[in-house]
Design a protein around this ligand. Structure first.
Ligand SMILES: [Zn+2]
Length: 339
């Protein structure tokens, strides 16, 4: 099969289109003939060796949709010809945490395209439990694009105990996870505000239903309180030190801050008395489990949450798609059309 592989990790220019053996599904696995995949920043990081693939050649790509085209033994949940969307959250499926469902705590946990070969290829082999029926009400491009970002946002909002009527502040809107958090938060009945350094990204968020937006590099905690007369119940973060102080101050007493990344650096300062007097909760979150993926798939299928796609590139033009993602100019997902 043809695949965009990494034989080295010298950055995005390391992606090379070449022929590799088509993988066969093992026990409990299925082979999906991909119709659409989508890029995440994870693919850029993997191409830079952060983290380095376990072996070369490596196929990146977490998201995708296609048709089940081969089935391994012990697979009853999926049939040949099923149109499916791939859940990139891969775990052993057998340990005690997997059996209780909270798979991101599995010791063998991994992300498709990071820890195992992913979707930037003609075919991908995944565990059968990692495919769900493709939502019928959306396009293949949308179905192949939402997986990692929307699943991650879903888990953050669930773990933050977001409730209808809550004020949700999404810091650094415009990235895949943060934009998804805005849209899912709105579908869950929250009153959603956003921050960005880009007036265009704030304008786009307002178009998509946000109640207001503030400059990420300003005093957005004060801006929020001045605008609505109160602070946020939940803050969604993936920026880290550049916005941390403002994000914490944006919380009202009993507020929850969920963080899934730290793009501006690894360390933050925290006033411990402020933390306990305000009875704040700080929630680290990564990826998602099967129930969270299914929940966000239902929200998308029912039309409650749109999948925002920035652009679609032919499979052969992956370098152009990567450049689009790396530019930071995109609004929504960068998708790849296979075949
Ligand atoms: Zn496990």
């Amino acid at each position: 099969m043809r695949a965009w592989v990494l034989n080295e990790t010298n950055g995005p220019e390391s992606f090379t289109l070449q022929d590799v053996p088509t993988p066969d599904p093992g026990i409990g696995e299925v082979r999906v003939k991909l119709e659409v995949s989508a890029l995440n920043h994870l693919d850029l990081w993997v191409s830079r060796g952060m983290p380095a693939p376990h072996e070369f050649p490596h196929i990146a790509g977490a998201d995708g949709t296609g048709v089940v085209e081969a089935i391994g033994v012990d697979v009853a949940s999926v049939a040949l010809g099923d149109a499916v969307t791939i859940n990139p959250s891969v775990s052993c499926g057998k340990c005690s945490v997997c059996l209780t469902g909270d798979t991101p705590y599995c010791k063998s946990y991994g992300i498709l395209g990071e820890h195992s070969n992913g979707t930037l290829a003609e075919y991908a082999v995944v565990p059968a439990r990692n495919v769900v029926p493709r939502p019928e009400g959306i396009t293949a491009v949308e179905a192949g694009s939402y997986g990692l970002a929307y699943g991650t946002a879903m888990r953050m909002l669930r773990r933050s105990n977001l409730r209808a009527g809550d004020v949700l502040l999404v810091v650094g809107v415009g990235g895949g996870v943060s934009s998804a958090a805005q849209l899912i938060g709105q579908a869950m009945g929250a009153d959603v505000y956003v921050t960005s350094r880009s007036p265009d990204k704030i304008a786009a968020a307002l178009e998509m239903g946000a109640s207001g937006g503030f400059d990420s590099s300003g005093e957005f905690a004060k801006d929020l309180k001045t605008t609505i007369g109160r602070a946020a119940d939940v803050v969604i973060e993936n920026v880290g030190p550049a916005t941390w102080g403002q994000s914490i101050r944006s919380l009202q007493s009993g507020g929850r801050l969920a963080i899934c990344g730290s793009t501006s650096g690894p360390k933050v300062e925290l006033s411990v008395p402020y933390l306990f007097f305000k009875q704040l909760e700080i929630i680290g979150s990564t990826m998602f489990d099967h129930s969270e993926f299914e929940r966000v798939t239902r929200l998308i299928d029912g039309g409650a949450v749109p999948v925002v796609v920035d652009s679609v590139y032919p499979f052969e033009d992956l370098p152009d798609a990567i450049a689009r993602l790396d530019s930071g100019l995109q609004r929504g997902k960068v998708a790849i059309q296979h075949g």
